[in-house]
Design a protein around this ligand. Structure first.
Ligand code: FAD
Length: 365
């Protein structure tokens, strides 16, 4: 992972700020990384992937997050799509889709709808079997990477009962993709609304038809949470380094900022946040790699705490740099906007807290 992270750093260079301002990642770069397997590195080797552990992929995700949260968002979506296929697909579907996802095609995952955000069980997208095909109708919102995607992994209700996940090629008649204008952060991540109007795909594109919708959603979200948590570790590392560099070199009142104790406190916040987030992510990934039942709660903890620490740490970094970091395109300004969004996605802070509380209460009943 360290070698691949170094290659990635070279590929990205100092362009992340410009991508953010333009609201666009270079599609060739995305396809290249996808074809190298780096957008979903945990896919097994027999399916064209790199077969990395969650821990190794986590370190790569942190490295991506430190460089560019938009790129890391695309990586999270692709990994979540691949994980959904791994978990839910039959052998033939698994072989086909994983080859495509490790061969340069890009995917986005749609759960959220205009009236179903935190409460995903109220989603109204339908998947209706019709002969040897299914018809999908629905409206998904804020789908990360949809602007770049070849394949849309869409969650909905199976009209015969339960839920279903459908892999919809973007070119299918009835699919409309409308970009989210001017998002607060991760501005090059290609967020878009996806409208599905009587979209017909072969029945072989359906994964997990009839399984509980909650089960389908939570399986995909678990991967997403883990990936976002590692991305937050990256945000914290980038902010820690930028703040430390600035505090060590900029002088006010005749000494470096770092020697003013109230400034030093911000540096302590950053290093503590980075360490706490890293340890929680490592624990979650180790649980994931060993198939531990603790994995669900460890992932939830890692996501919630890493997102909170990243938002707090990015704000501290902006404070340390002050006017030097208060400009669009600066690494800490970008981190400040990106980190806030991490507290909203893949289960908001409030939803994570509710689930953590539910877990602790269940333990004493
Ligand atoms: P709401 O559900 O309306 O919640 C509003 C506020 O109320 C939040 O603070 C929430 O925590 C709180 N709240 C809601 N219910 C409760 C409760 N019971 N108790 C306490 N507090 C509560 N969706 C996708 O499907 N695919 C994607 O790839 C994707 N990417 C995204 C990327 C970004 C940058 C963003 C901003 C969103 C993305 N989303 C995506 C959507 C995201 O999953 C939702 O925004 C998120 O689930 C919250 O839903 P909501 O925005 O509708 O807020």
């Amino acid at each position: 992972p360290a070698e691949r992270a170094a290659e990635l750093a070279e590929l990205v260079g100092d362009r992340a700020g410009a991508w953010d301002r333009a609201g666009l990642l270079p599609p060739d770069l995305l396809r290249g990384l996808g074809a190298d397997g780096l957008l979903c590195a945990e896919v097994p080797v027999e399916h064209g992937g790199l077969g990395w552990t969650s821990l190794d992929n986590g370190e790569l995700t942190a490295a991506t997050g430190a460089l560019c949260s938009s790129l890391r968002s695309v990586q999270t979506s692709q990994g979540m799509a691949a994980w959904t296929v791994q978990r839910l697909a039959g052998p033939a579907q698994r072989g086909e889709y994983l080859r495509r996802l490790t061969g340069g095609e890009l995917a986005a995952v749609g759960f959220s709808e205009p009236h179903a955000g935190s409460d995903l069980m109220s989603m109204s997208t339908t998947v209706r079997p019709d002969g040897d095909s299914v018809v999908v109708d629905g409206h998904k919102v804020w789908v990360t990477a949809a602007h770049y995607a070849d394949l849309l992994v869409v969650f909905g209700r199976y009209t015969e009962g339960g839920g279903a996940v459908v892999v919809v090629p973007v070119g299918t008649p009835g699919v409309r993709i409308e970009r989210v204008a001017d998002p607060l952060g991760c501005r090059a991540a290609g967020h878009a609304a996806v409208v599905l109007d009587s979209v017909r795909v072969p029945a072989s594109a359906v994964l997990g038809a009839g399984a509980g919708l909650g089960l389908l959603v939570s399986s995909a979200l678990a991967y997403g949470r883990k990936s976002v948590a590692w991305g937050c570790v990256g945000i914290l590392r980038a902010c820690r380094d930028a703040a430390a560099r600035h505090a060590a070199t900029r002088e006010q009142f005749g000494r470096p900022l770092a020697e003013h104790q109230l400034v030093a406190r911000h540096l302590a916040t950053l290093v503590t946040g980075e360490q706490v987030a890293t340890r929680l992510c490592e624990h979650a990934s180790r649980c994931w790699d060993s198939g531990s039942p603790e994995s669900v709660i460890a992932t939830l903890l890692a996501k919630n705490e890493s997102a909170r620490r990243a938002a707090e740490g990015a704000a501290a970094a902006v404070q340390v740099l002050a006017s030097a970091g208060a400009q669009d395109g600066h690494v800490v300004a970008r981190a400040f906007r990106d980190a806030k969004l991490m507290e909203i996605i893949e289960g908001s802070t409030e939803m994570c807290e509710l689930l953590l509380a539910e877990h602790v209460v269940r333990g004493v009943r």
